[in-house]
Design a protein around this ligand. Structure first.
Ligand code: ASN
Length: 302
């Protein structure tokens, strides 16, 4: 890639990071360090949207350790340990199927800004993240005007609140594969609520078959920005859902031990920094914003 273009992408990523970390600090969050190896990690499923072919693992001194797919389980443990509002810049390794290269938005190694808030509800996350998204777009428009012009990107203006739809409404309007057409049909980010997915996302106790979880979706075809949820926190429910999802309780022993002692209700989410940077800069592929590309199916050079 042309060096000036690459520098423009890197500057936009850097300013996005500066804004986002500042925003969480200003809102009273504690920044935690990431973990990369652990006996427990996010199973990333069952999720019809996931095409991870396997979980990365290493054997070290007789212990099997997974490469972090997301820090969700550690976030819940951190909240239980008394960190009420936290965020982490967390490297995630998701060994995606090579066909994902064509989506424009998948990487097999990326950085997620993951956050969690004790006793929060969905509405709290919506307003926090709408503030962040409007703020980061304004910040980058101002600080990176030259870079955006060089890349030919005109960032549309948008304001909170964002529109909210259930996944049922989106499927009725755009079909089962609603994400891309719905994203293309919008000029502003929006929320997609209630996805059937991982055990740690909370079932809606008032509406069976509905879930207290959400994705934020970028407009203009850039697709999923963020995913998150209110969390299951009761041991019995978590253990039952792990079984129902066909997962092995033994693989979650450390997490289940915390759940037995008592997790704290919380809500949170996470968003990929590279996807944010792609949206802001208008890059054709999310790999374009990485100095060291991690696109599924492409050989890793450095
Ligand atoms: N970060 C997400 C969450 O907080 C989980 C994920 O990345 N799969 O719900």
């Amino acid at each position: 890639m042309d060096r000036t273009k690459r520098k423009a992408y890197l500057k936009i990523t850097s300013e996005a990071l500066r804004f986002c970390t500042g925003y969480f600090h200003e809102n009273g969050f504690t920044q935690l360090m990431p973990v990369v190896l652990s006996p427990i990690t996010d199973p990333l499923g069952p999720d019809p949207g996931s095409s991870v072919i396997k979980t990365g693992e290493i054997e070290y001194l007789g212990q099997r350790l997974c490469l972090t797919q997301s820090m969700i389980l550690h976030k819940q443990i951190a909240v239980k340990e008394g960190v009420e509002k936290l965020f982490i810049l967390s490297p995630n390794v998701r060994l995606e199927h090579p066909r994902r290269a064509e989506s424009g938005k998948h990487l097999f190694e990326f950085t997620q800004l993951d956050f969690e808030i004790a006793h929060a509800r969905m509405a709290d996350v919506f307003s926090l993240m709408e503030g962040l998204m409007c703020g980061v777009a304004r910040h980058v428009s101002r600080e990176c005007a030259g870079e955006l012009a060089l890349l030919g990107r005109r960032l549309l203006e948008f304001s909170a609140p964002f529109r909210r739809y259930t996944t049922t409404e989106l499927a009725a309007q755009f079909g089962e594969d609603w994400e891309l057409p719905a994203s293309l049909a919008h000029a502003s980010p929006f929320w997609a609520i209630s996805h059937k997915r991982e055990f740690y996302d909370k079932d809606d106790p008032e509406q069976p078959g509905m879930f207290l979880n959400y994705d934020m979706v970028y407009p203009e075809g850039f697709g999923e920005a963020l995913s998150g949820a209110e969390r299951e926190w009761e041991y019995e429910k978590i253990a039952r859902k792990i079984d129902a999802h066909g997962l092995d309780r033994g693989r979650y022993a450390a997490y289940l031990a915390h759940a037995r002692e008592g997790l704290v209700p919380s809500a949170g989410g996470g968003f990929g920094i590279e996807r944010l940077s792609r949206f802001l800069s208008g890059a054709p592929h999310v790999g374009d914003v990485q100095l060291f590309r991690r696109v599924p199916g492409e050989e890793v050079v450095a």
